[in-house]
Design a binder for this molecule. Structure first.
Ligand SMILES: Nc1ncnc2c1ncn2[C@@H]1O[C@H](COP(=O)(O)OP(=O)(O)OP(=O)(O)O)[C@@H](O)[C@H]1O
Ligand SMILES: [Mg+2]
Length: 261
């Protein structure tokens, strides 16, 4: 087993507010981890610390065996150069996809490989074709984002992240801004990635999806991982009252059809 991501003692405070309070997590290659928790429990902050959009207040993050930052005298410092390199290795998909409106779909997907990775024009084009095909949007390569549905735009955003060929993909409520009828196509794309062995850390309120796709579900509360385990134990048989209350607040979620063969 290859450990892709290791989070040790992660802390994050904003002024007096402690948002993450000692998070430990190890993610192996090919694992799909779903993070759930109440609004404000720190889910986004945790993902943002993993790709250093937020600088951790304490703790250590190790990607594929290399610890990020330089530790001395009990604190860790980060150089901008190192963080730029690190961010290229971690793909992130947000609620709001923020495609460049003046670029075609293909140009959007080529932009990262071109400007960050300095890939050749041929390689940028090859990657864009490959990953647009993967999300089922090769046929929209020459369209502009405004000509696509929200679900299609989000799938382009996923292709854009994949084109960097990241070691892990982070998804922060990638379907929350979509009309309900467009959610399914994006979740299906994410499920296909999981099935193909992509390593993924996903924040979502789609508990049916979490149940079907996650190898492990984490419940975050008060800056800590309060409960974790396979989907059955966390989503169906939670042990902690806070988890039970959270799940009650989400009502029932649709379980996958039973397998009858
Ligand atoms: N840049 C910031 N400055 C100050 N406080 C922040 C900042 N970012 C987040 N917070 C606070 O940290 C806490 C956790 O926020 P976070 O966005 O991580 O929660 P979340 O679990 O993702 O919530 P949601 O489900 O609503 O997206 C909140 O109280 C939030 O107000
Ligand atoms: Mg959030």
């Amino acid at each position: 087993m290859v450990e892709i991501l290791k989070i040790e003692g992660l802390n994050k405070s904003f002024g007096d507010l402690t948002v993450l309070d000692g998070i430990d997590l190890s993610v192996n290659k090919g694992e799909t981890i779903v993070v759930i928790g109440a609004s404000g429990s720190g889910k986004s902050t945790m993902l943002r610390c993993v790709n250093f959009m937020e600088i951790p207040s304490g703790g250590r993050i190790t990607l594929n065996g290399s610890a990020i930052g330089t530790a001395s005298n009990g604190s860790v410092t980060y150089s901008e150069k190192e963080l730029t390199g690190l961010r290229a290795r971690v793909g992130m998909v947000f609620q709001h996809f923020n495609l460049f409106p003046h670029m075609t779909v293909k140009q959007n997907v080529m932009e990262g490989p071109k400007t960050v990775l300095k890939c050749s024009a041929v390689e940028c084009s090859r990657r864009a074709d490959k990953y647009l095909e993967k999300v089922g949007l090769g046929w929209k390569a020459d369209s502009f984002p405004s000509q696509l549905s929200g679900g299609q735009q989000q799938r382009v955003a996923i292709a854009r992240a994949l084109a960097m060929e990241p070691e892990i993909m982070l998804f922060d409520e990638a379907t929350s801004a979509l009309d309900p009828e467009l959610v399914g196509e994006v979740l299906l794309t994410m499920k296909e990635l999981a099935d193909e062995g992509m390593t993924m850390l996903i924040v979502t309120h789609e508990l049916g999806f979490a149940y079907t796709v996650a190898d492990r579900v984490l419940f975050l509360a008060n800056g800590k991982i309060l409960e974790q385990g396979d989907p059955e134990s966390v989503l169906i048989n939670p042990q902690q009252d806070a988890t039970k209350n959270f799940l009650r607040g989400h009502g029932s979620f649709r379980l996958p059809e039973p397998n009858l063969d």
